[in-house]
Write a protein that binds this ligand. Sequence first.
Ligand code: TYM
Length: 336
Amino acid sequence: MTETKQDKKPIILSGIQTSGKLTIGNLIGAMQNWVKLQETHDCYYMLADLHSITVKQVPAELRKQTLDVTDMLLASGIDPERSVLFAQSHVPEHSMLTWVLTCNAGMGELARMTQFKDKSKQHADNINAGLFTYPVLMAADILLYQADLVPVGADQKQHLELTRDIAQRFNSTYSPTFVVPEPYIAPIGAKIMSLQEPTKKMSKSDENDKATLFLHNSDSEIRNKIKRAVTDSGSEVKMSDDKPGVSNLMTLYHIATGKTYAEIEAEFEGKGYGEFKPAVADAVAEYLRPLREKFTLLRKDEKMLKAVLAAGADQARRQAFKTVRKVYKKVGFIQL
Ligand code: TYM
């Protein structure tokens, strides 16, 4: 990303947690958009390992998963020659900015975050303060890079709104400092639903393994999970709010084949779920196979994965340091 001022592109920052295996929801809701946006933006893509420890992790597993996610991002098409790919814990400025923003965020606004409420229920034995201040760290991630656009799935929208509020508040309390970022939520695939409870988001932490398609799942696992997916009453293959199960499978089929919803409805008219589900199962298995194969190939070269992260951290720190320096000056710290 060595460019002169004239060809400066708008900036993107987005992140993904490293706590667990990635799902097809992560791929469709986020990673695929990240890959596309590399064409038109200067992109910072971050492994959110600091965020991951808000939930208990096994240290050795976390290290391994961070490299797994790095690999999956490369396999999906993130190009480290064009985008900055880095681990959050390698850039101390994230923590440095978080403290300042924490002092500019309200208890009330953080308590309203639905992810905090959900995760507090899910991890009732570990409601740590990090779970509560999580969105402030996320605001710091975004504001450090003066990001214009943040591509995320629909579940992150509320965090983005909070980031905008914090940025605007800081800018008006001190003076213009941060770019106020816009969310980028794609019209299709921003919320891939559970295969077992299609009114609920597909999540890597679902206790029911059948509910989630993981990117590392084998062809037969993918086929079985889709064939056993919960569908709705009736038999019509149709995109509709009262058919969340079928609509979700139609989205997966659309992504895997490129067919429009109208084409899919026409293809299965009068045929019912009995033909539809195996077709989706085959298409999605075909679609994910090359990604998994590339992942397996790259995973053999751990040295390369670590080198990508080291180079990314260097580049990220250059920008992050500039912002922290500016912020520290504005809030009244003596500059060294
Ligand atoms: P995370 O790790 O839960 O998810 C990474 C990205 O995948 C999207 N996603 C989905 N999209 C569609 N359907 C689904 N079922 C689905 N599940 C996950 C998420 O919306 C997200 O875009 N807090 C963030 C990580 C983060 C971040 C940031 C994001 C940390 N700092 C700064 C943007 C900017 C998270 O937990 O995402």
